[in-house]
Write a protein that binds this ligand. Structure first.
Ligand code: ADP
Ligand code: ASP
Ligand code: MG
Length: 906
């Protein structure tokens, strides 16, 4: 016997009676757990679940009931969901129609979102009307026109007329409703939900008509008649599966069909009030429908190839994940991967229904399968490759820190804190408590933090006054970065790697949480660091490629040579060494070029000349460093400018690595040098300057190696100037010194004004650099320097004038050379670091003809390190120490050293 009774909602509910056993269809009571068990066991036996569920049948007899179409359930159903972009234009709706037609599953239910942007337009109508802004009328016209045009493109005849008449009717209703909202200056939640859900009503009807046009019998479903949900306090809704199942049965009995196009997003409360599943809720609609039908699969069609290892809009190198477990997908979506609504997982997980995410614009991509993980994990290479499956971020958070000694060991503190948070309806996104129980910190949405802080302060006023709690502190402008992966649980070192990558990108972590499921490690960061952090950790786990954003300052002879060397070597570094060096900017003193993705190094000269903008070093720095695709930035200063050098401190402080052949910073004022070095040592930011002494020769690194391994420097002596090396190597026989200088100038071995070489200042700077590196605290002015520029010629106005007058002063050097020669010695212009007496000098010295310094040729440099370990025989480094190619090579090798410090494989 079936007893029907009128319900308060105008429909009727049904109670099942004992004599129903006489029906040939089987009746199932809709207790969710029972349904699950019976379904699972039947699935194993391979039976289709053809149970009939009775619901909301109005005034029908038992006999009639048995003839009714009852909705079959199980594998024969496939559920598809098409997101807003999939139905964004009439052409796209047609494509969706084709996909539906081509799916040869016996039965299909298609959940469809509103056309893209329409839900936003609908919310905007509400906003305008309640702000008493008349433009809601024209905005409503735009909504009407969009749908009218689309329908005219897609449909004709009765289908078109039918749709347009319903559209008119709906728009008229909306106009009346918006008018009421306008007058009241307020929209209730149910008014709002009613209005915003229209996008789905229209897209579903249009799609259904298109499918029918393709010759397939198809019904559209207003899911407000079927999906029943209960609002919760946290601005979410919980589906009532049992009631929805009954309503589905009723709906199907009235509109039996193998192809159903259902509205996403919208639903009703148990009292039949229209509501929604909240923003992006169509995924959730599809999952609920999948569960109600026990479908074999739910396919979510969207505009990306599947779930990426990170939001592809933020991380260009993100990769598609082939599979994800339900837990992983849930964690990814909860932590902000909006490719999937977070609540989508639970309904389908209950019945082990897989979800596949696919790209409507790329049908050849297989997509991402979300399911129970395979038992044999070896099949899944991704799981082996990276214990972290993906990363996601949530912005606009604030951290609340409740601190005080009086919290330790007091039961109920956490309860009191979170009770207060609940009372203001705030959503706690993560919690962290140190085991000392001295503080509890948690993250809440920024917009809720004020209310939370006030609630906590009022709840704990007594404890705060008594000093048991010291403070309730708010840290605004935070973001969360979550690493998600089921395999993290059994892989040691995942958090170490994560934190290391963040440290190397110079990112400060404000709070950490790891759930004991270990599916997720969450860190709270400054909002401005979030994207850089995401890229840094993503590249650490996924790319293993060390990517460095570079800014080259000073594309003169050395800078240009470096750029050309980078151009020639970049591909090899990328392929063979996993190092991705990207020049994001080049700036001269007048113009600069910048690029978001990296400058094409084969055309940088033309770009600078033709497309260069006015040089601005601060803007340059911001843009090269502000590029969030790449976690590490280096600025390479190829100038000899002390103004540029004076910025290194600020750059290092901002986490920008610095590499330079410019001697000005390390030989400038001692206090500034010490400040720079101490900052660099305290941070993870690197400062390399190998090419400041001896161009590409390994001088600084040799010295460092000696010091770091515990050797003691006694003396460093060397020929540090290629020009002066050349001059004295060639100052032989009967030639005068001025003749040799003229020859060197002619050959381009000297600076345009040879006095710049002959003054000895450049050598003095190198001596200071080595002295300071060895621990001596010397200023440039402490150094006695033998200048080879005759005193009267210092004031010469031009280089030409100087060269003209130089022969008048040949005599003194000729005499010195002769005296040396007579003693079997040669003259050499050297720099000396005397570590024993803590001093340095630049002088002209005599060396025996068999001394290594006497045997140089051309413009070679030679440096001798006398140390405790190398006492009898000094350690000697010798080779070409000047020239654009070797200097640029020295800078390049510093860049590669930086890459290896940042984690590039060796
Ligand atoms: P639809 O309208 O189809 O529901 P959504 O915009 O809601 O589409 O979701 C798809 C978007 O999610 C993608 O375009 C992508 O930009 C974004 N997204 C964020 N995180 C991820 C991720 N980890 N993987 C894939 N897409 C992501
Ligand atoms: N149309 C709704 C929204 O934009 C639901 C969805 O598309 O998932 O939020
Ligand atoms: Mg979505």
């Amino acid at each position: 016997m079936v007893i029907t009774e009128p319900s308060t909602m105008g429909t009727r509910r049904i109670r099942t009676g004992g004599d129903l056993e006489s029906c040939d269809s089987e009746i199932v009571q809709l207790e969710p757990v029972n349904v699950k068990l019976s379904y699972a066991s039947r699935r194993q036996k391979g039976e289709s679940l053809n149970k009939h569920i009775l619901a909301s049948v109005t005034d029908i007899s038992v006999d009639k009931l048995t003839e009714e179409a009852h909705i079959p359930k199980g594998q024969m159903w496939s559920v598809h969901k098409f997101g807003g972009t999939c139905v964004g234009t009439s052409q796209r709706i047609k494509n969706v129609g084709e996909i539906i037609v081509n799916d040869d599953t016996e039965r299909k239910l298609i959940v469809v979102s509103a056309m893209s942007k329409v839900t936003d337009m609908m919310y905007d109508l509400i906003y305008k009307a309640q702000s008493r802004n008349d433009s809601y009328l024209s905005a409503l016209d735009a909504v009407f026109e969009k749908h009218q045009l689309t329908a005219c493109d897609l449909l004709d005849g009765d289908e078109l007329a039918g749709f347009l008449s319903r559209l008119h009717h709906d728009i008229n209703n909306l106009k009346a409703m918006l008018r009421a909202i306008y007058i009241a200056g307020h929209a209730t939640e149910s008014f709002t939900d009613f209005v915003v859900g229209h996008g789905e009503l229209w897209s579903a009807q249009m799609l259904a008509a298109v499918v029918r046009k393709n010759g397939i019998d198809c019904k559209w479903m207003d899911t407000r008649e079927v999906l029943i949900v209960n609002p919760t306090s946290s601005n979410q809704v919980d589906p009532d599966f049992s009631e929805s199942e009954k309503r589905l049965e009723k709906w199907f009995s009235q509109s039996p069909s193998n192809t159903i196009i259902a509205t996403g997003f919208i639903a009703s409360t148990p009292d039949n009030i229209p509501t929604t599943l909240k923003r992006d809720g169509s995924d959730f609609s599809a999952a609920i429908m999948g569960a109600l039908l026990r479908a074999h699969q739910v396919t979510i069609w969207t505009d990306v190839d599947g779930v990426y290892s990170a939001d592809p809009r933020k991380v260009s190198e993100a990769v598609i994940l082939r599979t994800l477990s339900y837990q992983e997908a849930w964690e990814m979506s909860y932590f902000g991967a909006n490719v999937l609504h977070p609540r989508t997982i639970i309904p389908v997980m209950r019945y082990d229904i897989p979800i596949v995410i696919r790209n409507i614009f790329n049908l050849s991509a297989p997509g991402t399968m979300i399911c129970r993980p395979p038992v044999d994990e070896n099949e899944d290479e991704q799981i082996i490759d990276s214990p972290v499956k993906g990363f996601a971020t949530i912005d606009n958070l604030a951290l609340v820190n409740v601190e005080g000694t009086g919290m330790a060991g007091v039961p109920g503190t956490a309860n009191a804190i979170f009770g207060a948070v609940k009372d203001v309806g705030a959503n706690v996104i993560m919690i962290s408590q140190a085991s000392s129980e001295h503080s509890v910190c948690f993250a809440v949405p920024e917009k809720e933090v004020k209310a939370v802080a006030e609630a906590l302060e009022s709840k704990f006023r007594e404890a705060l006054n008594a000093g048991r709690l010291s403070q309730v502190a708010i840290v605004p402008n935070c973001s969360i970065l979550a690493a998600v992966g089921q395999k993290m649980a059994s892989t040691p070192g995942v958090s170490a790697t994560l934190f290391n990558a963040l440290a190397k990108a110079n990112i400060n972590i404000r709070a950490i949480a790891q759930g004991c499921s270990e599916y997720n490690i969450t860190v709270v960061l400054k909002r401005e660091d979030c994207i850089r952090a995401l890229r840094a950790v993503h590249s650490r786990f996924y790319l293993s490629r060390t990517t460095i954003a570079m800014g080259i300052i000073g594309p003169g002879l050395i800078g240009a040579t470096l750029l050309d060397q980078l151009r020639d070597q970049a591909a090899v570094l990328k392929e063979d060494f996993n190092i991705d060096l990207r020049v994001m900017g080049v700036t001269g003193s007048r113009t600069m070029v910048l690029s978001d993705t990296g400058i094409d190094l084969s055309t940088w000269r033309e770009l600078l000349k033709e497309k260069g903008e006015v040089a601005d070093l601060e803007k340059f720095t911001q843009l090269v460093h502000g590029n969030h695709f790449i976690p590490n930035t280096v600025l390479v200063d190829c100038t000899a400018d002390s103004n540029v050098a004076s910025r290194y401190h600020d750059w290092l402080r901002r986490g920008i690595h610095v590499i330079t052949p410019n001697k000005k910073a390390n030989s400038g004022p001692l206090d500034q040098y010490l400040k720079l070095r101490s900052l660099q040592r305290k941070s993870y930011t690197h400062y390399f300057y190998e090419a400041t002494v001896g161009a590409g020769l390994p001088i600084i690194s040799t010295l460092r190696g000696l010091l770091e391994t515990g050797d003691h420097i006694l003396r460093i002596e060397g020929i540090f100037s290629g020009t002066l090396s050349y001059l004295f190597n060639s100052f032989v026989g009967t030639r005068s010194f001025s003749e040799v200088v003229a020859e060197a100038k002619e050959a381009g071995y000297t600076e345009p004004d040879p006095r710049d070489d002959l003054s000895g200042t450049d050598v003095a700077r190198k001596v200071i650099i080595l002295a300071r590196e060895s621990g001596l605290k010397l200023e440039l002015s402490d150094l006695p320097v033998r200048s080879l520029v005759p005193e009267p010629l210092k004031a010469c106005a031009s280089a030409e004038e100087f060269m003209k007058q130089l022969p008048q002063f040949d005599e003194e050097l000729a005499k010195q050379r002769q005296e040396a020669e007579d003693a079997g010695e040669v003259l050499r212009y050297v720099g000396v670091v005397d570590a024993i007496n803590k001093e340095g000098r630049v002088e002209l010295r005599r060396y025996k003809k068999d001394h290594p310094f006497a045997q140089l040729s051309g413009s070679d440099n030679i440096i001798a390190f006398t140390t405790k370990r190398y006492k009898e025989q000094p350690l000697i480094v010798r080779g070409p120490g000047a020239g654009a190619q070797v200097t640029a090579g020295g800078i390049f090798s510093d860049i590669l050293r930086l890459a290896s410090y940042l984690g590039a494989p060796s």
